[in-house]
Design a protein around this ligand. Structure first.
Ligand SMILES: [Zn+2]
Length: 272
């Protein structure tokens, strides 16, 4: 790992995790619907400092034999390191042909349009779950209080969107898995090449403490009960199939292994 860049492979695919931005968050604020004492004890037992959680924005780049793919675009709006980091890694922005938008929150779509008002990735098409696109297009075009991030970043790409209607391959070797709850059209991804796999759970979990407490859903999950079910299901799959996972907001690079631990799970991050 060099600075904010972590290279690895999945079979024939060359992957790079980029750190778009780093934040420190308060866990008691993040999981505001749960009793603060229960939270403090849970963070403590899992070895995390509840008031100073590492919270990253991890962007996955995948180079397959056919495609140059980016999973989400980070915060954008002058808060992102992503475009510069891509260039420093030798990845030209106009060579990226596919951007997978996992859901419509600002920290995932903010980098679609640059601060100069033009698309950051001029040759890319954008794949997004159909219901998610329709939801945020509605938010972007509301007569009153339109969502500024959706308005700025989604309206300009409306002729470049590929709508995903069911689980399956977006491009060869990269599958969408509907993972609702964080938003209703949120997707996870299974990357597979030559028998090797990576499960990108994106925002199905926001901090490794949720391995020990998969029932903890953060404030910004639109359906906290459904998101907890989705989270548990993805952790079970990762543990049982021994799939390495990536998570968008875990401490950079957000990569590791999940193991079962009684009724919950244990997180083994790769060394960083
Ligand atoms: Zn997010």
């Amino acid at each position: 790992m060099i600075g904010d860049t972590h290279r690895f492979t999945v079979g024939d695919f060359v992957c790079v995790a980029f750190c778009d931005a780093d934040q420190v968050r308060d866990g008691v604020g993040l999981f505001g619907k749960i009793d603060p004492e229960v939270l403090r004890q849970g963070f403590d037992e899992a070895g995390y400092q509840a008031d100073a959680l590492k919270f990253s924005m991890n962007i996955l780049y995948i180079k397959t034999p056919e495609h140059s793919i980016l999973v989400d675009t980070g915060l954008g709006a002058g808060m992102s390191k992503l475009p510069e980091s891509l260039l420093m890694a030798g990845i030209e922005l106009n060579k990226i042909d596919t951007i997978i938008i996992t859901h419509g929150h600002g920290d995932h779509i903010g980098g679609i349009i640059g601060t100069d008002g033009t698309p950051t990735f001029p040759k890319a098409k954008y794949a997004i779950w159909k219901d998610e696109w329709e939801h945020w297009l509605g938010e972007a075009t509301k007569a009153e209080n339109p969502n500024p991030s959706a308005q700025k970043n989604l309206l300009p790409i409306k002729d470049k969107v590929i709508l995903i209607e069911e689980d399956g391959e977006i491009v060869p070797g990269v599958q969408a898995i509907h993972a609702p709850g964080h938003t209703m059209g949120h997707i996870a991804l299974l990357v597979a090449s030559k028998g090797e796999k990576l499960l990108h759970i994106v925002d199905s979990a926001h901090h490794p403490v949720q391995l020990a407490h998969p029932e903890w859903s953060p404030n910004f999950d639109v359906d906290p009960v459904l998101s907890a079910e989705t989270r548990k299901h993805l952790f079970e799959r990762a543990a049982d199939e021994k799939l390495p996972i990536m998570a968008y907001h875990f401490a950079f690079p957000g990569l590791g292994q999940v193991e079962r631990a009684g009724d919950s799970f244990k997180w083994e991050p790769i060394s960083s």
